[in-house]
Design a binder for this molecule. Structure first.
Ligand code: ZN
Length: 304
């Protein structure tokens, strides 16, 4: 009898415990994203319901980024993890694999139509991962993020879906703004010369020919012939401005500008573009829409 009582007490404790866990184990809404671009989507959709953390801040190169100890504990504590995928975060794949064993881990790039993805010119990369520069593709990402968040936090479904509708409208307005501003540049001058290869989706979706100085950006590939070819291209197309990113080699850019000058063609640095990282949190460029507008304004003002 005593033993039976003991079992009953034990069972009550167990049931009590699990009931309690259901109540206090209510999920807290901790969501982690790798890049600022993705974190911005989650903030837009999650509104006040979620706590959103981006691992990579301003100026961080996601291609080379390695998770820190503090990143690991953030990922550990997260209820849901979003990353870009398409091998953008090439150094973190093992971690995502590990984390996906006990929580939802979504590569947003995997949710896109494969035929909309651009091939990569890099060895070892199948697709170009810089998908955020095509606003239409980014709308698909917003869709995928919303769908996942609704599954994870069904109690906020209505809010998430209302927020999605509002954000998609903002993205449509952004696309209209971009198209209107780009009209200020004569068609022949819609050539974007930047430091690395981040702008192919931008070029494809906004009607620019894109050239990267990437081949010039490392010492090994920096050659007189490369500089000469770029100079000839810039002079021939009467290009007024080229653009820096935080990762650009100043040396290559200066050599190109100097080379063009010797041929009687002046080129200026048109400004700094946000490529693989967004601006500081709390600034306009710290949001996706603000970052994109900054790039459009910088490009149009320099090339028109
Ligand atoms: Zn990149």
């Amino acid at each position: 009898m005593k033993r039976l009582l003991g079992v009953i007490v034990l069972m009550m404790l167990l049931f009590g415990c699990s009931a309690e866990k259901n109540e206090t184990g209510k999920r807290e809404g901790n969501v982690v994203a790798t890049t600022g671009h993705i974190a911005d989507v989650i903030k837009e959709i999650g509104g006040g319901h979620l706590t959103v953390t981006a691992l990579m801040g301003p100026g961080v190169d996601p291609h080379l980024y390695k998770a820190t100890q503090s990143d690991l504990s953030k990922l550990e504590n997260a209820e849901v993890i979003f990353y870009n995928g398409l091998q953008l975060e090439g150094q973190m794949l093992d971690i995502f694999d590990q984390m996906s064993k006990d929580k939802t881990v979504l590569a947003v790039g995997d949710k896109l139509d494969k035929d909309k993805l651009l091939d990569s010119e890099d060895e070892g990369l199948l697709h170009d991962p810089h998908i955020w520069f095509n606003i239409d593709l980014w709308k698909q990402v917003v869709d995928a993020v919303t769908e996942t968040l609704v599954k994870e936090y069904p109690e906020y479904k209505d809010d998430f879906q209302a927020n999605e509708t509002a954000f998609l409208k903002k993205l449509d307005e952004l696309q209209t703004y971009a198209q209107e501003r780009i009209k200020e540049i004569p068609e022949k001058q819609r050539i974007l010369v930047t430091a690395h290869d981040a702008f192919n989706y931008f070029g494809e979706s906004q009607g620019f020919e894109v050239r990267g100085l990437q081949g010039l950006s490392t010492e090994a590939e920096y050659g007189v012939k490369d500089v000469q070819e770029m100079v000839d291209f810039l002079v021939e197309h009467k290009i007024k401005a080229i653009f820096v990113e935080s990762s650009v080699s100043d040396k290559a850019m200066k050599a190109v500008i100097e080379g063009a000058k010797q041929k009687g063609h002046d080129i200026v640095v048109g400004g700094e573009l946000f490529s693989d990282a967004m601006g500081a949190e709390g600034t306009k460029e710290g949001t996706y829409v603000g970052m994109y507008e900054h790039n459009i304004d910088t490009i149009v003002d320099a090339l028109k």
